[in-house]
Design a protein around this ligand. Structure first.
Ligand code: ME8
Length: 510
């Protein structure tokens, strides 16, 4: 059985979701829906990252206990994903007892294998990024190189993971698997990063400074570093590890029994190093298989700044949804960002993408269905409907190739091109002229049957991106459900009764 286990990052439960989070989640959802359509059994994981100093401080500022803030935000993320029609199978929260058990068992395993040691750390620390920096990195101004906030000086006992021992193995893995990190620009960045000697990784924080975390199984005075805790969520949700069991539970290393290894981790480029360096080396040390692939996409920017909660320039996907519908938001995100590059959000571009949906796909559906109703009493004619066969075949292959290579925006562009071509076919065939001439009844049947065929194929091609509207379109075409790519090629449509519905993509002011 073809199985796919897909993950989004687990988002910090310090604020509400914005368009950037929505992008990663919609992108992963589109892939999940595509794989399901190809017959794969899919597990799709998302969730919230709820421990760490940033959580503790944000909650304190709001006068809440960290768990109260986490509860509010987990609800907010889960509700947003439901509104955006995200088909996740599991929403994980790092404060769940199951996850805490798995983190402890994972750490215990590293500890018993001698992969963790303690030492004193003295140096610079950024609370916002929850990470240590060297003297050179913070410079004379003592500023975090990532978030540009002042750093703190700390001196404390820490536990370290022997990450440096795995540098060569990791480089070898990346070189042996050219598609492990996609796109290639990001892969090269990681290989560049690995040219410098890899340091060991601090995996703990003293409870005297931070109590909001998972207590280390081998030292009750320390909690696990939030990034290590967070990354392990992917294993927790796979069911690989028994949270109540010790490191030697047989279930731990029985991949046949779980969804591990993940097929694909999807994330933004900001957190590629943690996923492509920390995570695989932790897994190597624990003796577990590595995820099969990592996709690091670009950033949504406003002007020349990354859209981020801390910058205060975020766009609310749910507000856009009020005007343009769930599928309008999904389409914009998928279509406007080339999977690996940055993209700039502007209301004008959003509108232009929505217009494309309405004027090309929506218009085709409405013309074709109206004509079947008008000229054939709503019954799809029993004709070959082969007028667009060549274009349909080449589009199905192109979309498959792009989706398999994780170039979702190219897949969407190819699907939209087919709708554009089909509009051109209507203009060329002039069914309104064919309808006026009784001797051309067969030509008209062929035109209408071809349009019904291409619309059926389009429901399949667009389903991963715009599931709500494609389900509506399939039903307008008289189909019980949206077909798979394979079924769409050969499904027999003659005799089905179509029905005019409300416009698929109405103008936002309607
Ligand atoms: O990093 N453009 O959580 P986070 C595109 N908890 N994507 C964006 C974006 C933008 N402007 N802003 C955010 C964390 N994202 C950790 C993850 S995983 C084990 C732990 C998306 O809430 C993008 O996927 O800061 C980015 O990687 C993620 O949100 C960061 O979310």
């Amino acid at each position: 059985m073809n199985r796919r286990y897909l993950t989004t990052p687990i988002y910090y439960a310090t604020g509400d979701p914005h368009l950037g989070h929505a992008y990663t989640t919609v992108l992963t959802d589109t892939l999940a829906r595509y794989y399901r359509q190809t017959g794969a059994e899919v597990r799709f994981l998302t969730g919230t990252d709820e421990h760490g100093q940033k959580m503790q401080e944000t909650a304190a500022k709001k006068g809440l206990a960290p768990i109260e803030l986490a509860d509010q935000m987990a609800k907010s993320f889960e509700a947003a994903w439901k509104d955006l029609n995200i088909s996740f199978d599991r929403f994980i929260r790092t404060t769940e007892p199951e996850h805490i058990g798995v983190v402890r068992a994972f750490l215990e395993r590293l500890w018993s294998k001698g992969q963790i040691y303690d030492d004193v750390y003295s140096g610079w620390y950024c609370v916002q990024e929850e990470r240590y920096w060297t003297e050179r990195e913070v410079g004379a101004d003592r500023i975090c190189p990532d978030c540009k906030r002042p750093v703190e000086f700390v001196e404390e006992k820490n536990y370290f993971f022997r990450m440096s021992d795995y540098q060569e193995r990791l480089i070898q893995h990346i070189e042996d698997h050219p598609d492990w990190i996609v796109p290639v620009t990001r892969r090269n960045e990681i290989l560049g990063f690995l040219k410098k000697p890899l340091q060991d990784l601090s995996i703990s924080r003293p409870k005297s400074r931070l109590s909001w975390g998972v207590t280390l199984p081998f030292d009750p005075d320390h909690v696990c570093y939030v990034w290590v805790d967070a990354l392990i969520n992917y294993v927790t949700a796979s069911g690989l590890l028994d949270p109540d069991g010790g490191p030697d539970q047989p279930g731990f290393t029985d991949p046949g029994n779980s969804w591990w290894p993940a097929s694909l981790h999807v994330m933004g480029k900001d957190i590629l190093t943690t996923h492509a360096v920390y995570w695989p080396t932790l897994l190597m040390a624990a003796g577990l298989p590595l995820p099969k692939q990592i996709l690091a996409h670009g950033w949504w920017v406003m002007g020349d700044q990354k859209m981020a909660k801390s910058v205060g320039n975020v766009v609310d996907p749910l507000a856009l949804r009020e005007d343009y519908g769930t599928d309008g938001v999904r389409w914009y995100l998928l279509r406007d960002m080339p999977t690996g590059s940055d993209a700039s959000y502007t209301p004008q571009r959003f509108q232009a993408r929505y217009d494309e949906l309405a004027n090309v796909l929506g218009n085709l559906a409405s013309r074709a269905i109206s004509m079947i109703v008008k000229y054939r009493d709503g019954i799809i004619p029993e004709a070959a409907g082969a007028g667009l066969d060549v274009e349909i075949e080449s589009t199905l292959s192109a979309v498959t190739e792009h989706m398999d290579a994780l170039r979702v925006h190219d897949a969407m562009a190819a699907a939209m091109d087919l709708a554009r071509t089909a509009n051109g076919y209507v203009d060329r065939r002039e069914p309104w002229a064919q309808a006026k001439d009784p001797s051309r009844a067969e030509d008209l049947d062929e035109t209408l049957a071809s349009l019904a065929r291409v619309l059926t194929v389009l429901t399949a091609l667009f389903l991963p991106a715009t599931p709500e509207k494609m389900t509506a379109l399939a039903s307008q075409l008289g189909l019980k459900s949206v077909p798979t790519f394979e079924e769409a090629r050969s499904i027999s449509l003659g005799g089905l009764r179509v029905e005019k519905g409300t416009p698929l993509f109405p103008r936002p002011d309607q």
